[in-house]
Ligand binder design. Structure first.
Ligand code: AMP
Ligand code: MG
Length: 342
């Protein structure tokens, strides 16, 4: 298949180009598009055949449901059987934005979208291109992240091209995404609501609106309520070792491992958040010095290590506050080994 790449220039001419992509959605095709979090791989959510193509192009397990993207707050109540008062509160505070709500599904949602669950995940993105595409398509758009299953999510159209060129109809290129990690997923069918995936809206921000929120995410031990939680994810080809602890401890542990792996003939990469310490390794990437900056750059950095052909990535852990919670969740899922605080 030939993939059409539509490059947007931020001008009035973009409207015509987005309309062209919307026609592809309406005809049952696949369009990768930018959102404020990461790029999504979209299909008409009410066309079961089109939705199936998403799973095929990504190599996504069919038991992992998709998020349905809407362009209007009213669409939450069209696609869900019930929008609870707490859900209404979250919608009015955070939508459009990087928040996905899991609600009881209405009949409009086929089981290929919900992977057989009786719930549906709905989000209204704030990115103007995403909103325009959904409006022009005149249908809700089912979209997971536009990467091959298991790979880091795409935060730039060039990541989408790396993974999906030749497999989908259209890629809309609007440059880098702003937030860099996916949306926060909250299950509103439980009381209190349950945080299933930390993301662009912080837990602290949610708590300011709903006073109680349970947490159920991460690997190891917990039963996966959100099916996406049970797979290794976001992973570079290299082995990723996540190292947590006090700064001096972390630096010492990383240095020790660099020596060890190099003696074994391995190429070693380091993902650091420190400007004040210089490591000696085959690839050192300063991913950001604040949690928000780390979130924005993390997936690009993971892809970059593969390009630099390192065998091992040693990543410094960050505090699980604010965007740090989402960052650590992605790093833990990408990691093959966790080195905890001593
Ligand atoms: P992705 O869009 O690929 O980043 O993944 C979407 C995330 O939302 C995955 O973790 C899914 O498992 C989760 N998700 C989608 N629909 C539901 C649902 N009905 N219930 C729980 N989690 C869901
Ligand atoms: Mg994904």
């Amino acid at each position: 298949m030939k993939t059409t790449i539509i490059k947007l220039a931020g001008t009035i001419a973009d409207r015509k180009k987005i309309k062209q992509a919307a026609r592809v959605i309406r005809k049952g095709g696949l369009v990768a598009f930018p959102t404020e979090t990461v790029y999504g791989l979209g299909a008409n959510a009410v066309d079961a055949q089109a939705v199936k193509k998403i799973f095929k192009a990504k190599g996504r397990p069919s038991d992992n449901p998709l998020i349905v993207h809407v362009a209007n707050k009213k669409d939450f109540s069209r696609l869900a059987a019930e929008v609870t008062p707490a859900a209404k509160k979250l919608i009015s505070n955070f939508c459009p934005g990087p928040l996905t709500l899991v609600l009881k599904k209405s009949k409009m949602i086929s089981s290929s979208v919900s992977a057989g669950l009786d719930t549906v995940a709905i989000r209204m993105p704030s990115h103007p291109v995403a909103l325009k595409l959904i409006k022009e398509s005149k249908v809700p758009i089912a979209a997971p992240s536009a990467n091959l299953s298991g790979k880091p999510s795409p935060t730039d159209a060039k990541h989408v091209i790396e993974d999906l060129n030749g497999k989908i109809d259209v890629i809309i290129d609007a440059g880098k995404t702003k937030i860099g990690v996916e949306s926060t997923v909250v299950d509103m069918t439980t009381n209190p609501p349950t945080l299933l995936r930390p993301g662009g809206i912080t837990r602290e921000a949610l708590r300011r609106v709903v006073d109680k929120i349970a947490m159920r995410f991460g690997r190891g031990g917990q039963i996966a309520k959100s099916p996406g939680m049970k797979y290794r994810h976001y992973a570079p080809n290299a082995k990723l070792i996540l190292i947590e602890g006090r700064p001096t401890q972390v630096i010492r542990k990383i240095k020790k491992r660099v020596c060890m792996y190099r003696l074994r003939g391995k190429r070693v990469g380091i993902m650091t958040i420190r400007r004040d310490h210089t490591y000696d390794a085959d690839a050192v990437i300063l991913v950001g010095t604040t949690p928000t900056a780390v979130a924005r750059n993390i997936f690009h950095a993971l892809r970059e290590f593969d390009k630099r052909r390192v065998d091992i990535v040693l990543a410094e852990g960050i505090a699980e506050r604010g965007m740090g919670l989402a960052v650590m969740n992605r790093l833990r899922k990408a990691a093959t080994t966790l080195v905890r605080k001593a």
